[in-house]
Design a protein around this ligand. Structure first.
Ligand code: ATP
Ligand code: MG
Ligand code: FE
Length: 339
């Protein structure tokens, strides 16, 4: 089984070809950092136009890399949300057009399901259920992944996502955009104990997250410390919160076979290291995808498509784009939180 994956929900345009037995035959990606950098964040209209320009050549290039044509593909998987509606429309409509023209099934993939299942692409031994810390630019959630399409949300953020906090802190420190990797590089040169910063919600009964106060605390002391010390102290505070909240969730994640991290922030070495230690302390296996599979890409969308296709799940050509699309439809709203 060969799946073509298409991703365009934020500021990466990507196309990939992945097989049902976990071979990544091709993956192409074009970031838009330079286009958005002058604005210090992703501008939806610029993103959508950039996806229009980039997507078709990327799909053609990915097929050429894999020495395949559309006729060789079994199904087309495109991100249908959540994300910036303009970008999602570009990828989904392209996927629909290709599916229609080539007479192939369409699979509308939830971008978060792409992140959530990506560890199973890189690790063939990862079985359901697993406890997933999904930490990205727009989300910070703990999920019990029980199967394809079966996600139980145990916790979410009541304000900012962890990646968003990295991006905002990078902006405050003048480290540029995108912020996560820049903060990590600066943090490597600083003292994580130099700046006293809060650990929002640490020790609270529910395993939810909060990062807005941490970013505000950084804003109050910018200029009083070196950017390196501030970055290191900020990163240490984020790691502390992630570990405290994940420890809490582990108590209710009965039957989990592994502790798993995914999403852009999972590319952070300190985050990965602390989670590895936590997993060992609980006698659990720790699984994290390789760095390139943590941040947005189309291989994870193709893989989620492969998992859905294997389960018999395809979508009609009039399936709608969904700018908001929670993984767990039963999760209750949390004060101030996104889904
Ligand atoms: P979502 O998946 O929630 O829709 P997104 O697609 O924008 O959001 P991802 O591409 O998964 O998010 O992740 C991007 C985020 O990851 C950004 O906020 C970025 O700063 C953060 N990030 C990337 N690399 C690192 C790193 N090394 N350390 C910390 N954060 C990082
Ligand atoms: Mg991005
Ligand atoms: Fe993402």
């Amino acid at each position: 089984m060969i799946i073509l994956g298409i991703e365009s929900s934020c500021d990466e345009t990507a196309a990939a070809l992945v097989t049902g037995d976990r071979q990544v035959l091709a993956h192409r990606l074009l970031g838009q950092e330079a286009a958005h950098a002058p604005f210090g964040g992703v501008v939806p209209e610029i993103a959508a136009r950039a996806h229009v320009e980039a997507l078709e050549p990327l799909i053609v290039a990915a097929l050429a890399d894999a020495k395949l044509t559309l006729a060789d593909v079994d199904a087309i998987a495109a991100t249908a949300g959540p994300g910036l509606i303009g970008g999602v429309m570009v990828g989904l409509v392209t996927g629909k057009a290709l599916a229609h023209a080539a007479g192939k099934p369409l699979i509308a993939v939830n971008h978060l399901e792409g992140h959530a299942l990506s560890p199973r692409l890189s690790d063939p031994d990862l079985e359901f259920p697993y406890l997933l810390l999904l930490v990205s630019g727009g989300h910070c959630q703990l999920l019990l992944v029980e199967g394809v399409g079966a996600y139980r949300r145990l916790a979410t953020t009541i304000d900012d996502a962890a990646g968003e906090a990295f991006d905002k802190t990078a902006k405050l420190l003048g480290l540029g955009f995108p912020g996560g990797p820049a903060v990590e590089r600066a943090a490597a040169l600083g003292n994580p104990k130099a700046v006293p910063l809060p650990r929002p919600l640490k020790g609270s009964a529910e395993p939810h997250f909060s990062f807005a106060g941490l970013k505000s605390a950084v804003a109050r002391v910018v200029g009083q410390y070196s950017p390196e010390d501030l970055a290191a102290s900020f990163q240490a505070a984020v790691v502390d919160c992630l570990i405290d909240r994940t420890t809490k969730a582990l108590r209710t994640a009965h039957g989990a076979t592994a502790l798993v991290v995914a999403g852009g922030v999972a590319a952070n070495t300190s985050v990965r290291g602390a989670l590895q230690t936590l997993a060992s302390a609980h006698g659990l296996r720790f699984v994290a995808p390789p760095l390139w599979l943590c941040t947005d890409n189309a291989a994870m969308i193709a893989w989620a498509g492969a998992e859905r296709f294997a389960a018999g799940l395809t979508d009609p050509l009039d399936v709608a784009a969904r700018p908001r699309w929670p993984l767990d439809p039963n999760a209750e709203a949390v004060r101030g939180a996104g889904v």
